[in-house]
Design a protein around this ligand. Structure first.
Ligand code: CA
Length: 483
């Protein structure tokens, strides 16, 4: 496998023996190639999503000073036929995120979609994922889990059972996905789900009050999923999606009477929709959350990303007018940065990088929008650009993938944190260090497959180069942070 250097000047030295005319032609050609290569290395159409992985349908909240992000795990390459496992990403500062293992062990291997936030009630935490197409209440003592089904045996089947939240499609128990839970100030819980359905939850948190079931009449019609519900300054907000793919968007209604309406639908009721100028496509199913003790609200949304179930999740500020109406979200793919102080330390700058191979550029296909044009490049520099939307990927035929970080000179290294691609399937790797880039010594990693992100090694070494050799798992890195 041919090693690829991120230093575009390297090939020039090897060709200085050519005739002058050939040299000129070569230089022209080289300049063009250089420009193309720099362009390829710097172009990241995916910006800086919240999490260094593909996730959708995020439910984010702060619990006791820690942000929790429950979501659908994307990136398993089989569309809606499968999903990744249930993991919860956590962060103290909203910039550095990590997960370790599964929070709902019995749901591993199922099609696990759109978990709600973990709701505190009755001295427990309840969460409401859609598993194999059915909404289930699940319970745990901690938001970290382990969650188990709240009713019956902790196993899943593909039908309505005593364990599902809804009982049947008839006469008033519609099927549905994408549960959103809201508990009002009087402690009455509500559930909102697909196709604009809503109902009171019973105090047991595991069954619905069927007498209260409604289908919310909205200003705009058409298929809808991924509802969001919250209350601010005495106003209830109901956000519902329209469309899908690059046409995914959110509209909303608001009211002061009750969580089940009635709702007013303001004139400018579309708050997130495709923005061609910003190259944001189909901002859809996500959540709204508030930082406790502040009036700061944020809107999280999935983006069309790499098409199908290869989406990433972004966060922007949610802002209100004086009359309580919501302003259209100023969508950017750059993120909102830290929401609490960052204590992870100062990163060592990586000057250059080298890898065993680089995957060819990937042209992302469109579904509905003829203006959608997006190509993903996989240069090694993308592992060091502080952007969770860009990544280095090895060529598919590369069976001995490695990546080298060159720190420019000998540095004291305390810590290495590697965010591999598709971390929820696990990785094994070797971490090595070198003074000259030729002689290597092992200093970390693990031979067994571990499911977490990042993979952290605490070090006490002096070196110019670090190398990660991937032994098992997807051969790619979203980000590699060295401290
Ligand atoms: Ca990156």
């Amino acid at each position: 496998m041919k090693a690829i250097s991120n230093n575009a000047l390297a090939p020039l030295k090897q060709r200085t023996m050519l005739a002058p005319v050939t040299i000129k032609a070569f230089l022209n050609c080289f300049l063009l190639l250089f420009v193309l290569s720099v362009k390829a290395q710097t172009k990241n159409p995916f910006g800086n999503p919240l999490i260094p992985d593909m996730i959708a349908d995020a439910s984010i909240q702060e619990i006791n000073g820690t942000f929790y992000c429950y979501a659908t795990t994307d990136g398993y390459d089989k569309g809606l036929q499968t999903s990744g496992p249930p993991v919860v990403w956590k962060s103290k500062d909203f910039v550095n995120w990590s997960f370790s293992g599964f929070y709902f062990p019995s749901a591993v291997g199922t099609k696990y979609w759109a978990p709600s936030k973990a709701v505190a009630a009755n001295g427990k935490y309840y969460i409401y994922p859609t598993v194999n197409g059915f909404m289930y209440p699940a319970v745990a003592d901690s938001p970290d889990g382990p969650f188990k089904l709240a009713k019956g045996a902790d196993i899943f089947s593909s039908s309505f059972t005593s364990a599902t939240l809804l009982k049947s499609k008839t006469p008033k128990g519609p099927a549905g996905i994408d549960a959103e839970i809201f508990i009002d100030d009087d402690k009455q819980p509500y559930v909102f789900w697909q196709k604009r359905f809503a109902a009171k939850l019973n105090p047991d948190m595991v069954s619905i009050d069927t007498a209260s079931l409604i289908q919310i009449p909205t200003k705009r019609q058409g298929y809808s999923e991924g509802p969001i519900f919250f209350k601010r300054k005495g106003i209830y907000y109901y956000l519902y999606t329209l469309g899908g793919d690059e046409k995914y968007q959110y509209a909303y209604g608001m009211g002061k009477t009750s969580p089940l309406g009635p709702f007013d639908f303001p004139k400018d009721d579309i708050i997130s929709t495709t923005n061609h100028e910003r190259q944001v496509f189909g901002p859809g199913h996500g959540c709204v959350f508030n930082v406790p003790g502040t009036d700061d609200y944020y809107f999280a949304y999935l983006e069309f990303g790499r098409r199908s179930t290869n989406r990433q999740t972004y966060v922007n500020k949610l802002e209100f007018n004086e009359d309580g109406t919501i302003r259209p979200v100023d969508l950017t793919l750059n993120g909102v940065g830290a929401l609490h102080p960052v204590t992870s330390g100062k990163k060592i700058k990586v000057i250059n990088s080298k890898v065993s191979s680089v995957r060819s550029d990937l042209v992302i296909k469109r579904n509905q929008d003829s203006l959608f044009r997006r190509t993903e490049s996989f240069s090694s520099a993308f592992a060091f650009d502080d952007a969770n939307g860009s990544r280095w990927m090895a060529a598919p035929e590369d069976t001995t993938s490695w990546i080298v970080a060159d720190l420019g000179k000998s540095r004291n290294i305390k810590r290495s944190e590697v965010y591999f691609v598709r971390p929820t399937a696990g990785h094994a790797y070797v971490l090595e260090y070198s003074a000259n880039g030729k002689t290597w010594n092992s200093c970390g990693g693990h031979p067994d497959v571990v499911i977490q992100s990042p993979h952290t090694d605490h070090l006490n070494i002096k070196a110019r180069y670090l190398r990660v050799k991937i032994l098992s798992g997807v051969n790619g890195v979203w980000e590699w942070h060295i401290y």
